[in-house]
Design a protein around this ligand. Structure first.
Ligand SMILES: [Zn+2]
Ligand SMILES: [Zn+2]
Length: 499
């Protein structure tokens, strides 16, 4: 008996008959045929039989999503003569690693299919990189181990297209998601495979762009020295890890007549209950001091209006300062765009020239790909979708406004506020092996993360692993990876459709 791979997440189109797939029959639903030789007209009935399964759907999952149940084939045919060829189509559930055979019954005869079918999934990626330095091999990490892991453990084949081709895009020291889309678009050649394909981009550094409000999001308390101490100027340092959005992107710096976009409007100073407006022209970024060799600026120099100055000669005075800024709020090791088919991994961070270790890059890649493939599902929980798989036991971060849809109601906002379990990370993650504790400084984690879906790349010296924990791996095996299905977990919208 032969075992045939059936790629349940691909459609029956000839483009996908390639690289180990030899016929259209191996794509999508399975077509079975049976031959009977009988004298009398007769009903033939088909039955799909599950032989074995690596990761069965739970009863609650099947209750929420009928596609997780094996659909009995509708094939019931009446033979018309002595020779009958009848066939049927079986829509198999979308998980990988399930083995099926088919039985046909006509009259008192039962015929078993000669072949078994094993379910597989296949997705594609086009590789892009920003050339850095002179060793081109270093720009793209060796993906073999990751791809093997997906294939051998998770029944997912991730294939590079065009095979063996890495496409160079312009080097940008710091890139945002908009930059990546702009750079990749003209060199993206795999539109014909959408939505089964994503752009995998190896970037340099990925600063996290955020608007913060001093005095609201972060404290804006300042001391105003007495007039004797030359108090016309106030120096304000941004909190640790936050830097003005300046020197990161030359287009951004050129805006507003060369003043850049880091400053969002006028500031306000409150002294003795009185509020003074500080015009934006009086607020400067001190570029004489930087975090790293002329990069990373976090000190503001604010010229106070005469009336706002501390009038006392000697004694200082407390005041509070309020201002909106666009900042680089740390750097990200990589991210997957939520709505487009693009995933990126950074080479470095924090204006450093040292490179992240290959194992770190692969961990980031697998973590972000995991998100793209629906990890970590929240089925059965407050923000879980109807079609989502059951949430695993070590889920956290599933109560987050990002799951509340557009324009969430006040009820939903209140619920998130009171049940927020983000633990310092963003979105649904797996905390197996790790323990989070809330302190005055925020969340502190201890332990050894045992899942690549932990919400950070490391806890002190314990790095998150490259692979999923067993529970999450089982979930990935039964995710619906057909992005053409309305109930699938992927959001693989085309890059070319973005503005
Ligand atoms: Zn994550
Ligand atoms: Zn896990």
């Amino acid at each position: 008996m032969a075992k045939l791979n059936q790629y349940v997440n691909l459609p029956r189109i000839s483009l996908f008959v390639e690289r180990g797939i030899t016929s259209l029959d191996r794509l999508g639903p399975v077509h079975f045929k049976a031959n009977f030789k009988m004298d009398d007209p007769m009903l033939a009935k088909f039955r799909t039989v599950l032989v074995s399964e690596v990761s069965p759907y739970t009863e609650t999952e099947k209750k929420r999503n009928r596609w997780y149940k094996l659909q009995e084939p509708v094939g019931m045919q009446v033979s018309e003569g002595t020779e009958m060829v009848s066939g049927t189509t079986a829509q198999l559930p979308p998980s990988g690693g399930a083995v099926y055979k088919i039985e046909t019954r006509a009259g008192d005869k039962t015929v078993e299919s000669t072949d078994e079918i094993e379910t597989w999934r296949r997705l594609f990626f086009q590789t892009f990189y920003m050339k850095h330095g002179s060793d081109p091999k270093k720009d793209v990490p060796n993906l073999k181990k990751t791809l093997d892991y997906y294939e051998k453990t998770l029944f997912v084949e991730l294939l590079e297209v065009p095979e063996g081709v890495h496409t160079e895009i312009s080097y940008l020291e710091n890139a945002t998601s908009d930059d990546l889309i702009r750079l990749v678009k003209p060199k993206y050649t795999v539109k014909d495979r959408e939505p089964w394909v994503l752009a995998l981009v190896f970037s340099n550094a990925l600063p996290v762009r955020r608007v913060i409000e001093i005095g609201v999001d972060v404290p804006g308390n300042v001391e105003l020295p007495g007039r004797l101490w030359n108090n016309a100027q106030l120096v304000f340092r941004l909190p640790k890890g936050k830097y003005a959005w300046w020197g990161i992107n030359s287009d951004h710096d050129a805006k507003n007549g060369g003043k850049g976009i880091w400053l969002r409007g006028d500031g306000r100073l409150t002294v003795d209950g009185k509020e003074f407006v500080i015009p934006k022209d009086s607020i400067d970024l001190d570029t004489s001091e930087s975090f790293r060799a002329g990069k990373g600026f976090n000190r503001l120099r604010i010229t106070l209006p005469e009336k706002a100055r501390n009038q006392n000669g000697i004694f200082s005075k407390s005041a509070s300062f309020n201002l909106k800024l666009l900042v680089a709020d740390g750097f990200s090791g990589g991210f997957a765009l939520r709505d487009e088919n693009l995933l990126t991994v950074a080479r470095t961070a924090w204006w450093r020239d040292t490179e992240n270790a290959e194992s770190e890059k692969l961990q980031v890649l697998n973590h972000e790909l995991g998100h793209k493939l629906g990890m970590v599902p929240k089925g059965g929980r407050k923000f879980g979708g109807l079609y989502e798989l059951d949430a695993p036991d070590k889920l956290y971060g599933d109560v987050d406004l990002i799951y509340a849809g557009k324009n969430p109601s006040q009820d939903v906002k209140d619920y998130v506020r009171s049940h927020d379990n983000a633990k310092g990370h963003r979105g649904a993650h797996c905390e197996r092996g790790a323990n989070g504790r809330k302190t005055d400084q925020g969340w502190e984690w201890t332990g050894n993360p045992q899942c690549t879906m932990f919400g950070a790349t490391s806890i002190e010296d314990a790095h998150s692993p490259q692979n999923f924990c067993t529970a999450c791996a089982k979930l990935l095996i039964r995710q619906n990876l057909d992005p053409a299905h309305s109930d699938a977990v992927l959001s693989f919208n085309s890059l070319l459709d973005t503005e």
